[in-house]
Design a binder for this molecule. Structure first.
Ligand code: PBG
Length: 352
């Protein structure tokens, strides 16, 4: 048998048997932990501000930015406060912002038409950001209907053969195509279909190409689970949803399905794929990262942010190291890109 160094751990050398205790431990992992420079030198994982995405909310009808109680430090913005927060993110080196629009309730309808309107809350603010910041920061748009529909679903509703309401996949695709084109027209560098309709990436790619937006890229929410951790987000966007999204978002019990969804999105032309939420799905993230030929993103969702924030506010955990540890874990599990409400905070921490 080959003698491996670790086999000798804990075995006393001959001299130790005679005199004072001495162990033969040729490999000591603690050597690489002796000081901060050594730890940095041997670290396997690093975080990069340019690969962080800041999700942001802009709401109609506000005179001042409005705090979101379940997401301490996150706001529904006015156009003015939005532009200043984008500037702060860009200066901190954050790579991208992901914008969600919150219309007035009276502007919501069954098909989410305010999302397609060039003067709708999301599109006009995408345009304002792009106008002010050009290519200094990437502008991503949430390409989904739930913020805009009066029923709060991610798609338009139809009826099955027995008269029961369903979210109609193919009717929704037509709306998504129009939504993506409107967002690209408004200056989005990236559209991000998050509604989990089958075929959504192919339809959006075709619509973008047909309207001269070949260079607008698609970040596909590929493996998106029906999660309890979206709770605070529903407050953030003033969601009108009653019920749940389990007929279109994935079942948390499933793993293989994520690989199928991701492969389909890649085949349909996704430039980047995403796993969401992050922390309860790090196993899925690792598997997607191992199979994906395109960059992989993970979304640290509102509930993940809220849990850590609440614990820190109670003095139960230390906020800054908890932020870094949570983001590092997501990165170590295989994410190239991380969407997090701490993007600006983390970027500033990383820059010291
Ligand atoms: C749907 C969408 C949701 C989130 C991002 N895009 C909500 C949902 O699917 O119910 C949740 C993000 C978060 O919780 O931070 N457009």
């Amino acid at each position: 048998m080959v003698s491996a160094p670790w086999r000798t751990i804990g075995v006393m050398s001959e001299s130790a048997q005679n005199s004072q205790l001495q162990f033969n431990i040729p490999r000591r992992p603690r050597r690489l932990r002796t000081n901060p420079v050594m730890r940095d030198f041997t670290a396997e994982t690093s975080l990069n501000p340019s690969q962080l995405v800041l999700p942001m909310f802009v709401a109609d009808g506000l005179t001042d930015a409005k705090p979101i109680s379940s997401l301490p430090g996150v706001y529904q913005h006015t156009t003015d406060s939005l532009l200043r927060a984008v500037e702060e993110a860009a200066e901190a080196g954050v790579g991208s912002i992901d914008l969600f629009g919150v219309p007035l309730d009276e502007d919501k309808d069954a098909t989410g038409s305010v999302g397609v309107d060039p003067e709708g809350i999301l599109n006009k603010n995408l345009r304002a950001i792009r106008k002010e910041f050009g290519n200094d920061i990437l502008v991503m748009a949430d390409t989904c209907l739930d913020e805009f529909t009066d029923h709060g679903h991610c798609g338009v509703q139809g009826e099955d053969a027995f008269g029961h309401q369903i979210v109609d996949n193919d009717a929704t695709l037509e709306q998504y195509a129009a939504l993506a084109v409107a967002q690209a027209d408004a200056g989005a560098h990236i559209v991000s279909p998050s509604g989990m309709m089958d075929g959504q990436v192919a339809v959006i790619r075709a619509a973008l190409d047909a309207s001269g937006h070949e260079d607008v890229s698609i970040m596909a929410y590929s493996a998106k689970y029906a999660s309890a951790f979206y709770g605070p987000f529903r407050e953030a966007v003033g969601s009108s949803l009653t019920g749940d999204r389990r007929t279109y978002q994935q079942d948390p019990r499933n793993r293989r399905e994520s690989l199928l969804e991701t492969q389909m999105d890649i085949d349909e032309g996704a430039d980047m794929v995403m796993v969401k939420p992050a922390m309860p799905y790090l196993d899925v993230l690792r598997e997607v990262a191992d199979m994906s030929p395109v960059p992989v993103a993970a979304y640290q969702v509102s509930g993940e942010y809220a849990m850590i924030s609440a614990a820190a506010q109670n003095g139960w955990i230390d906020l800054e190291p908890a932020i870094m540890e949570s983001l590092t874990g997501i990165r170590r599990a295989g994410a190239d890109i991380i969407l997090t409400y701490w993007a600006t905070t983390a970027a500033k921490m990383l820059r010291g």
